[in-house]
Design a protein around this ligand. Structure first.
Ligand code: GMT
Length: 380
């Protein structure tokens, strides 16, 4: 099939998921057209089946807010028509679903073709931004106008029905991970640089937004560090990074906490990690935690949103209520003091990640796409 994928090209989970999906579909022989304002960060391979179309947003002195959605819809129209796309799969509702609706109407008028639009809901497009009264009518409308809707967890599906007047069925298709990529042997030299005395290594990776509660990460680490030698790697960047760095200094932990910024080689970082900390206020799914599990890191998280759909209490990790730093610290300390338990839970985390392997989830998307196959062009 010829598939258009629209997503945010940044380090956010929805962009990562959409890019990995597109790469996997291209490997399966589909022709994949990415339509984004920047090359997606994970689009780092050459594949003859992958095409990248940049959305250019011309500015003009009149525009305080350049009309990105108009530029996006116009680019979609151009790519749909000139590359004869079979369908458009948009990730993150705002503004991708409404731009897709607009593009669909234009193509219908111009070419008489009704191009199917699939919208995948990822998280904050529903739970945070989408609920805002300034966006809600357009979000509700454009989700309902999609030909198929998917959500990355059962929890997100439930939240969507709770908050929006959705009149259609939402399919749950969980996030996935390329287990083969994350199942890597630790690089000894790297581990020695990070933890020269064999200290346990904890890691957190996110876009450092408020919802991630990075201050809880620092406080949990501080409690752990009071009990044993340990190191913390903070991966990513965002609005709360500065505060987290200040906290680390104020607690006198700057020697033990490294802020690595945005990193592409997550598999190497996770391979040397023992514990992944994710104390988020909400996660629709928690793709970062799944990637950590595929690398055999035990997940200490909250029980918010869809996290309980991947993290199994006492088996692959531990979950606590949002903000319960004491419980998260207690779980982490107990675990890191018991090498046998740590080894067993690492294996269990890996096994659980295998259930969400890319090989199991891609066919589910393909089956969904096949509902919209055109008899004339849709042989593959
Ligand atoms: O909040 C983020 O980390 C980014 C955000 C996004 O949409 O880019 O991530 C969401 O989508 C991921 C992929 O589906 C999910 O695994 C994350 O749990 C979800 N984040 C939140 O719900 C806060």
């Amino acid at each position: 099939m010829r598939i258009g994928i629209v997503c945010y090209p940044t380090f956010g989970g929805s962009g990562v998921l959409a890019t990995e999906l597109g790469k996997a579909l291209a490997d399966e022989g589909h022709e994949v057209h990415f339509i984004t304002y920047q090359q997606p960060v994970r689009l780092n391979v050459f594949n003859a089946n992958i095409f990248y179309h940049e959305v250019r947003v011309p500015t003009y002195p009149l525009f305080d807010y350049p009309p990105y959605e108009v530029a996006l819809a116009s680019t979609m129209v151009d790519v749909i028509i000139n590359h004869d796309l079979d369908l458009l799969h948009v990730h993150y509702a705002i503004p991708h679903a409404s731009a897709a609706y607009m593009a669909k109407q234009i193509v219908k008028k111009k070419n008489g073709r009704d191009v199917p639009v699939i919208t995948t809901l990822h998280g904050t497009d529903i739970t945070l931004v989408g609920r805002d009264k300034t966006y809600e009518p357009v979000v509700t409308f454009s989700i309902n106008e999609s030909d198929a809707i998917t959500a990355v967890s059962q929890n997100l599906k439930d939240e969507t029905y709770k908050s929006f007047a959705i009149t259609k069925e939402i399919d749950v298709i969980h996030n996935f991970v390329d287990v083969a990529r994350f199942n890597k042997k630790p690089i000894d030299a790297f581990r020695k640089v990070i933890a020269p005395a064999g200290e346990k290594i904890l890691v957190h990776a996110s876009n450092f937004r408020k919802v991630k509660r990075v201050d809880d990460v620092i406080n949990v680490f501080d409690a752990v560090r009071k009990e044993m030698p340990a190191k913390l790697l903070m991966v990513g960047d965002g609005p709360e990074r500065h505060t987290a760095e200040e906290m680390a200094r104020a607690l006198g932990r700057e020697e033990d906490i490294r802020f690595l910024g945005k990193q592409e080689q997550m598999e190497d970082i996770l391979a040397v990690s023992d514990v992944f900390l994710l104390p988020s206020e909400y996660e629709s799914f928690g793709l970062a935690a799944l990637e950590a599990m595929a690398a055999r890191a035990v997940v200490i998280s909250t029980n918010a949103g869809g996290l309980s759909e991947i993290n199994i209490q006492g088996k692959t990790g531990y979950m606590s209520d949002v903000g319960d730093v004491a419980a998260m610290s207690r779980y982490t300390i107990e675990l890191l003091k018991d090498d046998n338990k740590l080894a067993a839970m690492k294996e269990a985390a890996y096994e659980q990640a295998c259930r969400f392997d890319i090989k199991n989830i891609i066919p589910v998307y393909e089956k969904l796409y096949s509902r919209f196959c055109r008899m004339d062009t849709c042989s593959r």
